[in-house]
Design a binder for this molecule. Structure first.
Ligand SMILES: Cc1ncc(COP(=O)(O)O)c(C=O)c1O
Length: 379
């Protein structure tokens, strides 16, 4: 008899992005030169001050990092949230550092599911909300993000509030690039308190904006039943460092403080020291925004001249582009791939993503310029 393996793992093997990887390999083997807007991983340089802080923090010995993180890091995060959102978070009770935000997003369901098992996740959306819920034995309900509703969930159409454990939101949004107003968080937080669920707000892209800085659920007058997740991955181009935080309701932060030592997912101390430098500096973030803004103009301009409609691009590093004519998102992406432009079909990100493709503006500016020239040619 073979050893048991979670049946969830075999269902994940069919992850649609595997198909995109195969299509890319085939095209490359046929000699097509690829410019990859498919996967949303930043390729910007990590700021020098962050690298220096990391190097300076490497010591002779190395101890287990504590789950609650260094007090200096919690204070640096609180100070940043104060400057950025005008809020006063208590570094002792309202903040916990995380190893990037992915593990914390995945692990949340394990720390909070119990009496209630239902988790609401956005569709289209980042797949980790759903996977975290499923591996914790939860049940998932997908909430569509429709253009007609500004890519916000229709709260009037949702009717499972009393069975709900967690409602995930993600603004600025991956993949639709939409931003949520503070009034939206306010209404959801009131629902969360009335019906006894947790509002989990993933704000990984809060610093990649182009017009005005988007609000945070941290700005709510009351944080009871609210948790916010943020990260240095996009803000400071530190994906490989793995550094983020969760902040909000002290009772929920206390639950994470109790849960997380068992999992052992505190960032290494030298990463925490580098993170203090990153949260304390805004100049590099402005430069990063300027680079994304330029790429957005180059690629977005070409798409518009080509007559394609950009359905969302208020913030994030994504362009959410409506598929022309009667094509599917997969066939349109396949057509662009033949010309070397790799994009993610919206349907791969959730059923409600059909009808759109996602451009992640991660290639270099020079590659974006080449892609723009190609896009203007594609018929
Ligand atoms: C919506 C969203 N949330 C969270 C993350 C996780 O980022 P990290 O684990 O690097 O903090 C990503 C990464 O792509 C993302 O797209």
């Amino acid at each position: 008899m073979t050893a048991p393996v979670s049946p969830l793992l075999s269902s994940l093997a069919a992850y649609p992005f595997v198909r995109l990887e195969e299509a890319k390999r085939e095209a490359a083997a046929r000699g097509v030169e690829l410019i990859d807007f498919g996967v949303g991983e930043p390729r910007e340089p990590t700021p020098q001050l962050v690298r220096d802080a990391l190097a300076a923090a490497l010591g002779d010995t190395s101890r287990y990092p504590l789950a609650q993180g260094l007090p200096e890091l919690r204070k640096a995060i609180a100070d940043w949230a104060g400057r950025r959102f005008g809020v006063a978070l208590d570094p002792e009770t309202e903040i916990i550092p995380t190893l990037g935000s992915k593990e914390a997003i995945f692990g949340l369901a394990q720390a909070v599911l119990g009496g209630r098992r239902l988790v609401a996740v956005p569709d289209p959306g980042y797949p980790v909300y759903e996977r975290g819920a499923l591996f914790a034995g939860g049940e998932v309900v997908a909430v569509p993000l429709l253009e007609a509703n500004g890519f916000l969930p229709d709260l009037d159409a949702f009717d499972a509030w009393d069975r709900l454990a967690v409602f995930w939101v993600n603004y600025p949004n991956n993949p639709t690039a939409a931003v949520a107003p503070l009034a939206f968080y306010e209404r959801l937080a009131q629902l969360a308190r009335r019906h006894g669920f947790l509002l989990a707000s993933d704000e990984a892209y809060s610093e990649l904006w182009f017009e005005s800085p988007p609000p945070s659920a941290l700005q709510l007058p009351e944080l009871t039943n609210v948790l916010v997740f943020n990260t240095l991955s996009k803000r400071s181009s530190m994906t490989g460092y793995r550094s983020g935080f969760a902040a909000g309701d002290p009772q929920l932060i206390a639950a994470l403080r109790a849960f997380r030592p068992t999992v052992g997912t505190a960032p290494q101390e030298f990463v925490q020291r580098a993170s203090i430098a990153a949260w304390g500096d805004e100049a590099h973030v402005e430069q990063t925004r300027a680079r994304y803004r330029r790429k957005r103009e180059v690629v977005g301009g070409a798409l518009e001249r080509r007559g394609l409609r950009i359905a969302g691009s208020a913030a994030t590093m994504y362009l959410w582009v409506a598929v022309p004519g009667s094509e599917t998102s997969e066939s349109f992406a396949a057509r662009l791939l033949e010309h070397g432009v790799v994009v993610a079909p919206g349907a791969y990100l959730g059923a409600a993503g059909e009808g759109y493709v996602r451009f992640a503006l991660v290639p270099s500016l020079e590659e974006c310029e080449r892609a723009a020239a190609i896009l203007e040619e594609v018929s």
